[in-house]
Design a protein around this ligand. Sequence first.
Ligand code: PGA
Ligand code: ZN
Length: 423
Amino acid sequence: MSKIKSIKAREILASGGAPSLEVTVALESDKGGEASVSYGASAGSREATVLLDGDKTRYNGKGMLGAIKNINGEIASNLIGMEAAEQRKIDEKMISLDGTENKARLGGNAMLGVSLAVARAAAEEEKTPLYRYLRKTYGVEDAEWRLPKPMIVMIEGGKHADETTDLQEFMVGAMGSDRTAAENVRMEMEIYEALKKILKREGLSTNVGNEGAFAPNGIISNEKPIEYLVEAIKNAGYQPGIDAGVGIDAAASEFFDEKAKRYKLKLERKELTPEELVAYYSQWIEKYPFVSWEDMLSEFDWENWPKLLEKIGGRFPLIADDLTVTNSKLWQRAIETKAASAILIKLNQAGTLSETVDCCLLANKHNLMTMPSHRGGGETNDTFMVDLAVAMGSEYIKVGPTRGERVCKYNRLMRIEEELGER
Ligand code: PGA
Ligand code: ZN
């Protein structure tokens, strides 16, 4: 065990070209850890606050100097001298210092950066890989290591790509348990290449969006990308529904008009009631080999989620992202009301490591799937989410296919696999 000696934060750039922050924690033993924080482009309204400076003369108001000041000042002075291995205590300390429901005062970005850097420092101190340290620290009951499968965004629209499609993400998720993580990654990338050829054939651009997925203009419907993905799986030499299936994240809060209670699908010039949207999606359930659906309805439309879950009827999970924002209370509500059957996990939605882990533990307790995820707008090269997924025994990790801040996650996964001697 070793106490925290110093905490220092700095501004860095995130994938979208705006700042994020990075934190270095040093222990009295001279061991230390570093972490950086990501944030989204289509964030849920109840996420922990990303504290921005709002000073329009710097980065259009998106600077993080205020959050950094909170770390180097108030947070550091309260945490220095605490045992780094006491992660829960440290997170609770920051939560009580902040004193708000949504981490608005110190900033969720500030708190998370410290939380993650402390965990890395403590793992370093114990000379143990981060995923092992996390499993031990949070008492995860799982004797075996089960590596998460890739869920890769292949076509993106919505807020991630100038609304080329209304639904935000069309993914391919690996299926089955025979392949190694490295083989799953290879399969996905071969499907990505096969998709590129299909898009070219269709006269569509293969430029990429925020998450490194293709983001072509000119797609004629929200259903078309599903067809392309099924064809790409086949063309790459794999069997749809056996080796790989299709995932969708509609990010439906982005096209829901809350006052009118209508979903506005611009691409198809449709304005649908929640019931009509459920019916619209339902036609696809039997038609395509799905692995998951996420945020198909708005975060403000709790009452209609159970209707969709019922239609899906256990064929594949319905994942809550903006609905539950990695918050145990909302996740508990989703479980109780049968609104969703899986949860997307984003560290910065919660704002501390311990709160994030609590959502995973709640899912594990109910045997429901967790899927740690990258962020769209401001991802960094930090790979903490991968270690978290391995520690929690998550079924999938959701990360885009290309761009350095995405592929580093898969590279970390393959390194862990090698370390565990599984290939
Ligand atoms: P975001 O989107 O990180 O840009 O919010 C990703 C998602 O909705 O899953
Ligand atoms: Zn989402």
